[in-house]
Design a protein around this ligand. Structure first.
Ligand code: SF4
Length: 349
């Protein structure tokens, strides 16, 4: 390597500490880094305030001196979540197929910008399924990136990669972290002067049991869901009326606004007039009976929950009407709520 040669790497930026550390170890060696932040429907960063997250990543890239590339992976990700070739992890997370997909996409960017290698913050043995040594190699093979992916935090425990072999990076300045302990990463973050760093996992929704439960329910009733149906899973309380009809009740002001903004022309929006009320969405094949159930659920979560009979406003395509209902009781919640079964005390929250 001549001193004047500038080498480039394409990093996967997960949003957690490890991927930031991997990037910093390369910047320290004078490597130019372009970091890809994939946005999927299962990414907490894809939620309500997307602008906030873009600004956050831009400020990280300015602070440390690397480029950020934001990329959406909605349909591709949905495909592997519905039909994972390598199966699921503990919940609905198809981590192996997901890593293969992301590395394939990153390889395309690498070729496009003429980068020398790929970079991830993976730590050997940190996750039982996707971060075993044999599985990391298998993922690289399936993604067509054998020996191309440098994992600086565990590089000393892994097969030598092209970047080390060619002397693009100094292997002595890489690490041998393994296992689930966070201590080495926290110490390294200290060396880099990082004070505020993100939580370890990055928070993929597919690893959350309650979200996974809702997603399973959706796929059981609709094997090819629209992206909007997936997006709706992240907000509100969910209830199923029939195989093709669902009710979503907002939990706070912010969710009420999202529920309203995500409604389609064929949906009904419901709210209790004159009381604090959730915005409630009825979607799918709608019947008079499902409308009454949605109204009863809306009333149940409103400030009128103890009123014997209450008027609920229904709105569809700008037209309004009123239905009077008794707020839903616990037995109705238990019979229709989509989610892990709760204790009786939790069930009435
Ligand atoms: S946790 Fe989620 S984002 Fe991360 S590899 Fe698994 S499926 Fe992909």
């Amino acid at each position: 390597m001549t001193k004047s040669t500038i080498h480039k790497a394409v990093a996967l930026l997960s949003g957690g500490l490890d991927s930031m550390l991997a990037i910093l170890t390369m910047l320290r060696q004078g490597i130019q880094v372009s970091a890809i932040r994939f946005i999927t429907p299962f990414d907490p960063d894809a939620s309500d305030d997307h602008t906030f997250h873009v600004i956050r990543y831009q400020s990280l890239s300015h602070k440390y001196g690397f480029e950020i590339i934001m990329r959406h992976l909605s349909h591709e990700m949905l495909d592997i979540v519905t039909k994972p070739k390598h199966g699921y992890g503990r919940n609905m997370n198809p981590c192996i197929d997901c890593r293969i997909l992301m590395l394939k996409e990153a390889k395309q960017v690498m070729d496009m910008i003429g980068a020398d290698f790929l970079l991830t913050g993976e730590v050997l043995g940190q996750r039982p399924m996707s971060q075993r040594k044999d599985m990391l190699y298998h993922i690289d093979k399936e993604a067509g990136v054998i020996d191309t992916v440098l994992r600086p935090l565990s590089a000393k425990l892994l097969r030598i990669t092209i970047a080390e072999r060619k002397g693009i990076v100094d292997g002595e300045m890489l690490y041998a972290f393994s296992g689930r302990s966070r201590k080495p990463q926290i110490a390294l973050a200290g060396e880099f002067g990082m004070k505020d760093y993100p939580s370890p996992g990055g928070g993929c929704l597919l690893t959350e049991p309650n979200y996974a439960f809702r997603l399973k329910d959706l796929l059981a009733h609709d094997p090819n869901p629209a992206i909007r149906d997936i997006d709706l899973l992240r907000i509100g309380r969910h209830f199923r009326y029939s195989p093709r009809c669902k009710i979503i009740v907002g939990r706070d002001k912010a969710e009420n606004a999202i529920v309203e903004s995500m409604s389609a022309d064929s949906d009904y929006l419901l709210r209790v007039e004159g009381y604090g009320s959730p915005m409630t969405l009825l979607t799918g094949e709608i019947t008079d009976e499902s409308l009454r159930l949605a109204a009863a659920l809306c009333a149940r979560y409103s400030d009128a929950k103890n009123v014997r009979e209450i008027a609920v406003k229904l709105i569809q395509s700008g037209k309004t009407s009123i239905v009077s209902v008794i707020p839903a009781g616990d037995e109705i919640l238990d019979a229709t709520r989509i989610g892990k079964r709760r204790t009786r005390e939790q069930a009435i929250v």
